[in-house]
Ligand binder design. Structure first.
Ligand SMILES: C[S@@+](CC[C@H](N)C(=O)[O-])C[C@H]1O[C@@H](n2cnc3c(N)ncnc32)[C@H](O)[C@@H]1O
Length: 228
């Protein structure tokens, strides 16, 4: 069965343009398609939480272009975004994945095994904030992806930023909340949390940020060095 079309595309780009862009981008391979199929079969509507195919290609390319070898993900679900990041890692690279769900991450473990990237990934099941705070003080990252509970983003951002090397990147997902971040009448704690972190990051002198309307909006945050 094909995954729902809406999951694959940006919510903010004209459908005709988006189809054209998809037709001229690297498509998901057999392992990615199988993971999408299994996720839909086993999790139903929750499958819509997977990042889109375009975002997966983009993340894999960025991780590879950076020469990243140390990466962290908060919010792994069934492992689709982690598969993209793991594939982009340089030799000896490691990805730390954090998620609270044993059930969903068991699907991820199988998919990583099948795709031949399991040896690069360490999965910790438990609250992401606790996992981040338990890391040794010297643990540093080149790349981070934040895609878990939206009310936790501000704390994940701070924890990850302190451990990011200068020049490193944090990507944060769902930063447009289906467009609801721009409305006045929204009474939703996730939207409120995302508005707040968007404002905070835009005013943060430690970083440069660009919020791109791919998927549900992805913020690319780069940590600046002392001379930048
Ligand atoms: C949007 S999904 C992640 C999708 C995934 N990045 C992908 O592309 O397939 C959000 C995930 O965050 C996890 N999550 C929710 N609260 C969490 C927490 N406090 N710590 C870690 N993970 C959490 C959920 O279990 C869920 O799997």
């Amino acid at each position: 069965m094909s995954p729902p079309a809406a999951r694959r595309r940006s919510q903010f780009i004209d459908a005709v343009i988006d189809d054209y862009a998809a037709a001229h981008s690297t498509p998901p391979d057999a392992h990615q398609l199988e993971l999408q199929r299994v996720t839909l079969e086993k999790t139903g509507r929750a499958a819509g939480m997977q990042i889109g195919d375009d975002q997966a290609v983009l993340m894999e390319m960025i991780v590879r272009a950076m020469g990243a070898t140390r990466a962290v993900e908060i919010g792994t679900f069934t492992g689709y975004s982690a598969l993209a990041v793991a594939r982009g890692l340089g030799p000896g690279g490691r990805l730390l994945c954090c998620d609270v769900s044993q059930e969903w991450t068991s699907i991820a473990r199988q998919a990583w095994q099948d795709a031949g990237v399991a040896d690069r990934i360490e999965l910790r099941v438990g609250p992401g904030l606790e996992t981040l705070r338990s890391l040794p003080p010297g643990e540093q990252f080149d790349f981070a992806f934040i895609d878990a509970d939206k009310t936790g983003y501000a704390q994940y951002y701070e924890e990850v930023l302190t451990r990011l090397r200068p020049g490193g990147l944090i990507l944060l997902d769902n930063m447009l909340q289906g467009g609801r971040v721009t409305g006045d009448l929204v009474d939703d704690e996730s939207v409120a949390a995302i508005r707040s972190i968007n404002d905070a990051i835009a005013a943060d002198p430690r970083v440069k940020v660009v919020l791109i309307p791919v998927g549900d909006g992805v913020s690319f945050v780069q940590k600046l060095g002392d001379r930048q």
